[in-house]
Design a protein around this ligand. Structure first.
Ligand SMILES: Cc1cc2nc3c(=O)[nH]c(=O)nc-3n(C[C@H](O)[C@H](O)[C@H](O)COP(=O)(O)O)c2cc1C
Length: 183
């Protein structure tokens, strides 16, 4: 049997959106703990391709300004984004190094996604909410994020403080529909 606590934590992970954030600031040492767990993701050849660019306070405003410039959409459409930024404590730009000379890109994207999953799972039970946003404009911020040619931005992980446990749960199709046994 696998440990019950592990199953419970994995099944409790969920996307929690900025509407539910209370606007409080998460202490930096807690953000670092989340990132430490992210850093324990596996990677082929131990390339550890994930790079996290963390924005808070004034730098968050600079990131928002840059995104609005890149999105190039009319003022009203940006109100929701501004509100999301205000409610968030930290916004992490999830980036990766491609290492094309060593590995296929999908392996480095996968390893980076595993790092995000570690971070996401680590939010469970600490009144921290978060979700991964992957808009098209993410990769237009390369120069703002000081990313080199062989690096990419895979979106934004919004993190915010919560008042209490959020109970919204997304439904899954049955695992029995997704597993083919060869016995
Ligand atoms: C790679 C990836 C990209 C995602 N991009 C977005 C996004 O751009 N916008 C969004 O609202 N949710 C995004 N999500 C969150 C998913 O919609 C969410 O994980 C899914 O609905 C399941 O809900 P849960 O996380 O609460 O289990 C993304 C999730 C993943 C794994």
């Amino acid at each position: 049997m696998i440990k019950e606590e592990i199953s419970s934590i994995i099944k409790s992970r969920q996307s929690i959106y900025p509407n539910d954030f209370n606007g409080n600031i998460i202490p930096e040492e807690v953000i670092l703990e989340l990132l430490e767990n992210a850093n324990h993701a596996p990677s082929h050849k131990m390339t550890q391709p994930w790079i996290f660019k963390v924005f808070c306070g004034d730098s968050k405003k600079m990131l928002l300004k840059e995104i609005i410039k890149e999105k190039d959409t009319p003022g009203k459409k940006n109100e929701k984004l501004k509100d999301n930024f205000n409610r968030s404590s930290h916004i992490i730009c999830v980036c990766m190094k491609k290492n094309n000379h060593l590995l296929p890109e999908w392996e480095e994207i996968s390893a980076t996604a595993m790092a995000v999953q570690n971070l996401w799972i680590s939010c469970v039970g600490s009144n921290i909410g978060g979700y991964w946003s992957t808009p098209k404009y993410a990769n237009k911020l390369k120069s703002f994020l000081s990313l080199s040619q062989d690096e990419a931005c895979l979106g934004f992980f919004y993190l915010g403080a919560l008042n209490s446990k959020n109970i919204r749960k997304t439904k899954r199709k049955s695992i029995h529909d997704k597993v083919h046994w060869f016995r």
